[in-house]
Design a protein around this ligand. Structure first.
Ligand code: FE2
Ligand code: FE2
Length: 301
């Protein structure tokens, strides 16, 4: 991993400090973080944890996701795969922490997880390999535990400083998942660190170009849900057509994976063609809503 330093502290859901701002994430530091987790922790199935399963079914039934998740066969297959995902208890408690304090992030993490399963099953044939990969979906934003709630739930565009603090969630997620899984090389930690990187190197935290199929899948699912779902500071979201057009534009520009974008467009058709046959029109018919502030940063500090 290239040399990098934390811009802000990494804390868990109780506010306990794991690493201070300015710490360089060297191999030695990460080994110290992992050894700080005293005893092996219990694990449990994500879908069996408290109300996760019923929440997920509720999200599937609401527009615009009802289009993607309406087909019973597809939904049952998804639940079957998701049902085998097991996580350490502190990770589940952390996800549920968002259910209580920042429902948007909770809903987002579960929907990105569900979308990533639907996309991955089109691209990965081996079920065990598929399961290993999709396990990284629900935890991709766990680093938001280290971002103040006032920023996560702010109802106006973020300032530059707040935006920098929000971006900290990628490296914070890497540290937190290395800690909880007791392994700095675990794939979930890698996904948390890299899901805001882009294929052309235009992302963060390191600005490296990503070439990993599962990170491509989480990246596309993440952008799609961010566009079509309201957030506290962005109450007006993109309509589905305009969001798919924006993904197509980003794929054409080499920012995100074209194959993954194609799969997502195919999943949005009523009678989906195989994604390889899916023609994505570059003609733009929709337009972003006038009050949408996707990507806007408040310049007043
Ligand atoms: Fe994120
Ligand atoms: Fe996300």
């Amino acid at each position: 991993m290239p040399d990098c330093r934390l811009t802000h502290p990494v804390t868990d859901r109780k506010g306990t400090l794991l690493l201070a701002a300015g710490t360089r994430l060297s191999r030695q530091v990460m080994e110290t973080v992992v050894s700080g987790q005293a005893a092996p922790v219990e694990s449990c199935r994500l879908l069996d944890y408290r109300q996760v399963r019923s929440d997920l079914l509720g999200f599937f039934a609401a527009s615009p996701y009802d289009l993607i998740f309406h087909e019973p066969h597809r939904r049952d297959d998804l639940l079957n795969i998701a049902g085998d995902v097991i996580m350490p208890e502190p990770v589940l408690e952390s996800l549920y922490h968002f259910r209580e304090l920042d429902f948007y992030t909770y809903r987002h993490t579960l929907l990105v997880f569900a979308l990533s399963i639907l996309i991955a099953r089109e691209l990965i044939d081996d079920r065990d390999a598929l399961l290993q990969e999709v396990m990284a979906g629900p935890t991709h934003d766990i680093g938001k535990l280290s971002v103040p709630l006032e920023i996560l739930t702010k109802e106006t565009p973020l300032t530059r400083a707040e935006h920098a603090h929000l971006r900290h969630h990628a490296l914070a997620g890497y540290v937190l998942l290395s800690y909880y899984f007791q392994d700095p090389g675990t794939f979930a930690a890698e996904v948390a660190r890299d899901h805001h990187e882009r294929k052309d190197g235009s992302g963060y935290p390191l600005g490296i170009s990503i070439d990993n199929q599962m990170i491509d899948i989480i990246m596309v699912s993440d952008v799609y849900d961010a566009l079509i779902s309201p957030r506290p500071y962005r109450p007006v979201s993109y309509d589905n057509r305009t969001a798919l057009e924006e993904l197509t534009r980003q794929a054409d520009a080499g920012i995100i994976s074209e194959t993954v974008a194609r799969v997502l467009v195919a999943l949005n058709r009523r009678s989906p063609p195989h994604f390889s046959q899916c023609v994505v029109s570059t003609e733009r018919r929709g337009s972003p809503p006038s009050k949408n502030v996707y990507g806007v940063i408040e310049t007043k500090e």
